[in-house]
Design a protein around this ligand. Structure first.
Ligand SMILES: [Zn+2]
Length: 129
């Protein structure tokens, strides 16, 4: 009988794009749940919530909200290690495939994202307050 919790539906060898993509996230998890610096991006903490994978980039009060993750929506993550991190530049890598869940367990909970500005949602100065 097939173990559906670990069965790959993407490929037989574990070497397809999807598997390579998530193997990288397993390395990040082993690196203290931190995504390494890449290009102009500094290293950033990683959160896994309800089987979804996020990179929590630093708060960005200068870039246009449209260039930020989720349009500059404000997220607060409470990591199981006790840290609470709030950011308006959260990137989502997608839902972790079932066959990676055991290696990428949840490490955080989150409050629902809030618009970056309650005064002028979607306005041209959103995120600059
Ligand atoms: Zn695969």
């Amino acid at each position: 009988m097939t173990d559906t919790s670990t069965h790959r539906t993407c490929c037989k060898t574990g070497t397809c794009f999807t598997c390579e993509f998530w193997e990288e996230k397993v390395r990040w998890a082993a690196n203290g749940d931190e995504a390494p610096a890449l290009g102009r991006d500094a290293a950033a903490p990683v959160a896994r919530v309800n089987g979804w994978h996020y990179i929590i980039k630093p708060m960005d009060r200068t870039s246009p909200p449209s260039t930020l993750g989720f349009g500059g929506a404000l997220w607060t993550f409470r990591l199981h290690d006790g840290r609470t991190i709030t950011s308006n530049d959260v990137m989502c890598q997608g839902e972790i495939p079932a066959h990676f869940r055991s290696r990428l367990p949840d490490n955080a909970i989150t409050a629902p994202p809030k618009p970056s500005s309650t005064k002028a949602p979607f306005g041209r100065f959103e995120g600059l307050l």
